[in-house]
Design a binder for this molecule. Structure first.
Ligand code: COA
Length: 379
């Protein structure tokens, strides 16, 4: 029987990145959060005085940076996020005949990847929109992106929270391996500001907005400069420690219900403790299966959720404290951008590697879910 993997080898031909123009520093964020806290405490002064409710507490710039490594985050709509009376992104709904906002930023990132690879839209077979939240149920964001780019073939959405992009890359690589497609775009528009609870002190600093695109292709048609995909591995283990209950079956009335659980909620400490060993072991096991020495991986492009988590994972994999060169971060300026984080790191910090260098794109997050993509720069 013919070995299909030998005839169709998937590679990453190019990536693209859209970064929103606006950014919020920790100082600006904390200033607005603390104004919100003061307003709330004034409004509920009598109940607080009577001991009926606890006063809200201020946030702190020092805490945010020490706990997460985040110094700023890009957002699609800064003004309303920072308005203590709103604290959420707001934009007017677009008519159906206008491109939707998620598709719009996905298209910008996708065009960049196509241009870099010298690929025409008509040569792309499929579009996967892989992101932690979709703007609507249907039609799929991927199909709208496909249409805006002028791509024939097919598209569909997939959501595996923070691991969506790596799950998308494996899916695309599998289409290539099986000979079902030669060129697949994996687009991850992450407007995380829409599912972050900007009024929650424990998590208001975590997320930022961005869009990335990864062009996965058959080596036979790839440009000279590309990254061979050596192996991909996905894993999921159910956990309630990161959850978002928003859905079409629970449209609670905003004035009468406590909607906090319809946004992102997490048990951050538990996530930290449970996900670090799971992901480090998964990377080591997969490297072993691919006959790669984990300590010799030239660069780790890890999921960007927390600097401490990445430090620990990289240390376990490499056997020593990783330098910024070995495990670059984009957390400081982008925050946690959900599934796009490891792709931003790869996009920004891969050109300097030499042909033959081996690297790892790795994501992890809600589900729990984790994905590894081992790559080697083509000679
Ligand atoms: N400002 C000041 N203090 C704050 C604060 C804020 N914004 N938020 C929480 N604190 C305080 C808490 O009240 C607590 O105080 P106490 O010890 O007196 O009770 C203390 O800081 C520690 O809180 P905790 O939530 O346990 O902090 P942490 O060190 O675990 O850091 C996270 C919080 C969320 C940054 C961290 O746990 C994390 O990143 N976990 C993994 C998250 C992750 O990857 N999620 C995936 C999402 S895709």
């Amino acid at each position: 029987m013919q070995d299909v993997q030998l005839t169709h080898r998937p590679v990453i031909s190019a990536t693209g990145l859209f970064t929103p123009a606006e950014s919020i520093s920790n100082e600006e964020l904390v200033d607005s959060f603390n104004r919100f806290v003061d307003l709330q405490n004034q409004r509920h002064a009598d109940a607080i005085e009577a001991g009926e409710i606890e006063p809200l507490q201020h946030s702190s710039v020092d805490f945010i940076e020490k706990a997460s490594g985040i110094k700023a985050r890009h957002v699609m709509n800064k003004e309303s996020v920072l308005d203590p009376e709103v604290m959420a992104p707001r934009w007017s709904e677009r008519p159906d005949d206008e491109i939707s906002i998620m598709a719009e930023i996905g298209v910008i990132a996708a065009k960049q990847a196509l241009e870099k690879a010298g690929r025409k839209p008509e040569d792309v077979d499929a579009v996967l929109c892989a992101a932690s939240n979709m703007q609507r149920a249907y039609p799929a964001m991927a199909i709208e992106i496909q249409q805006a780019l002028g791509i024939e073939g097919f598209g569909f959405d997939m959501n595996v929270a923070c691991s969506s992009a790596t799950f998308g890359i494996q899916t695309a690589a599998d289409y290539v391996r099986s000979g079902n497609a030669k060129s697949v775009l994996v687009v991850s528009p992450e407007i995380t500001s829409g599912h972050l609870n900007w009024r929650d002190r424990d998590s208001h600093f975590i997320f930022g907005d961005v869009a990335t695109a990864v062009l996965v292709e058959d080596e036979a048609i790839a440009p000279d400069e590309h990254w061979a995909i050596l192996g991909t591995k996905l894993k999921t283990v159910f956990s309630n420690n990161i959850r978002n209950n928003f859905g079409f079956l629970n449209r609670a009335h905003p004035e009468t219900s406590d909607n906090a659980d319809k946004l992102f909620v997490q048990e951050g400490r538990k996530v930290f403790k449970e996900v670090v060993p799971m992901v480090a072991q998964m990377i080591i096991d997969e490297a072993g299966k691919l006959q790669l020495d984990p300590a010799a991986i030239r660069r780790l492009w890890l999921h960007q959720a927390n600097a401490g988590m990445n430090r620990l994972i990289a240390q376990r994999v490499l056997g020593h404290e990783a330098s910024a060169d070995e495990s670059p971060t984009v957390l400081d300026t982008y925050g946690n951008t959900s599934s796009a984080g490891s792709i931003i790191a790869f996009h920004k910090y891969s050109e300097d590697l030499a042909p033959g260098d081996t690297g790892l794109i790795c994501s992890f997050g809600a589900g729990y879910s984790a994905g590894t993509v081992f790559v080697r720069k083509a000679a």
